[in-house]
Design a protein around this ligand. Structure first.
Ligand code: NDP
Length: 331
């Protein structure tokens, strides 16, 4: 059994040396009610960075010397729990281990014949729910409005933009490479996309891409990109603050524009969003996401890294923008 532990709390940008690998030669034996799980796919997510700090947040920090955990798809290898049969696949918040024992609590069964297993970590998992619920619950989109999405080529962003198109919005994406920008417009149907790494004046690039101004901003990155969006918001604009990856590794408070004058002047709304606070709406969201997928209205991409041992590197690569769509590790 292989396990990945948090060895030390990262300072600034996390490094491989913050993680520790442990190999054990043990046979896991099951008590009544337990199941043995073999890890199939591991989700690596930007929010895990926050859990590596020793700070109070909406989820408890990881403990030093203990396994990291995240969304995982696993196969039941043996079962002494009547709710789970050998061979079935489940998804849940599990440890970064090749094998582990569970009592089944909090696990959801997933059907590999309905969608590829990895999709249950992305478009049919937490990131798809985030995209749908953030956009609809806070963004309250109305046909014909303009939506701009940062982190647009990532797991959440690429789904947000497509849902925006389904709901009749003009959609503009912001991403970090020309290849991603091309993918957004040609594959995912965004009306326009901006490469923030090659654009010198983001404020005017956004203005050009959004001639009628910005009604909804789905923010995954924070920092200077979001500052540039603020200058282009319309009266009654809604800003969904879903993530701020550009500042997760900061060791000092970032300098940014004062948001208050923009909010006042435009009677605009800026609201933080945590998907877990909308759990009562998960069934509704899943219904939309899965039917749009089946109907071919929604597409998705993923970056699949091979090998359990590459999980920490895959996580680090999120901060370098090495992924397109959902970053997943195949164990
Ligand atoms: P992504 O798939 O979007 O991966 C992260 C992407 O962020 C990279 O591919 C990279 O793309 C971009 N990025 C990295 N560094 C920077 C930077 N300095 N400035 C701008 N962009 C950067 O991850 P997710 O879709 O899983 O998550 C997206 C955001 O949503 C994160 O902030 C995450 O924390 C948040 N989130 C929030 C949830 C909630 O409930 N609130 C739930 C799920 C996710 P590029 O090449 O374009 O730079």
């Amino acid at each position: 059994i292989q396990t990945i532990l948090l060895k030390q709390r990262p300072v600034g940008t996390p490094a491989l040396s913050d993680f520790e690998f442990v190999k054990e030669n043990v046979e896991l034996s099951l008590k009544d009610g337990e199941i043995l799980l073999e890890t199939t796919y591991i989700s690596v997510d930007p929010y895990l960075r926050g859990r590596m700090n020793d700070a109070k947040s909406y989820v408890a920090p990881f403990e030093l010397g203990k396994p990291i955990s995240s969304g995982i798809i696993a196969q039941v290898a043996a079962s002494k729990n009547e709710d789970f049969k050998k061979g079935e696949f489940v998804s849940g918040m599990l440890n970064w281990k090749t094998q582990q024992i569970s009592d089944g609590e909090g696990l959801l069964k997933v059907d590999k014949d309905k969608a590829p297993l990895s999709a249950y970590l992305g478009v049919l998992g937490m990131t798809g729910l985030t995209a749908y619920l953030g956009l609809t619950q806070i963004g309250k989109p109305k046909k014909g409005e303009t939506l701009i999405v940062s982190g647009a080529a990532g797991a959440v962003g690429s789904v947000v933009g497509q849902i925006g198109k389904i709901l009749g919005l003009r959609v503009v994406g912001i991403a970090g490479t020309d290849e991603k920008v091309e993918m957004l417009t040609s594959r995912f149907g965004f009306d326009e996309a901006i490469n923030y790494n090659t654009t010198t004046n983001m404020r005017s690039a956004i203005q050009e891409a959004c001639p009628d101004g910005v009604d909804i901003y789905f923010d995954n990155v924070g920092g200077p990109i979001s500052d540039a969006v603020l200058f282009n918001i319309n009266k009654f604009a809604r800003m969904i603050i879903c993530g701020a990856i550009s500042v997760y590794n900061n060791t000092e408070m970032p300098k940014s524009v004062s948001v208050q004058p923009f909010l006042v002047k435009n009677s605009a709304l800026m609201q933080g969003f945590i998907v877990w606070n909308y759990a009562d709406k998960f069934p509704e969201a899943m219904e939309h996401l899965s039917s749009w997928l089946t109907e071919g209205k929604l597409d998705y991409t993923e970056t699949i890294v091979e090998g359990f041992e590459n999980t920490p590197q895959a996580f680090l690569d999120l901060f370098e923008g090495k992924n397109k769509g959902k970053m997943v590790v195949k164990a």
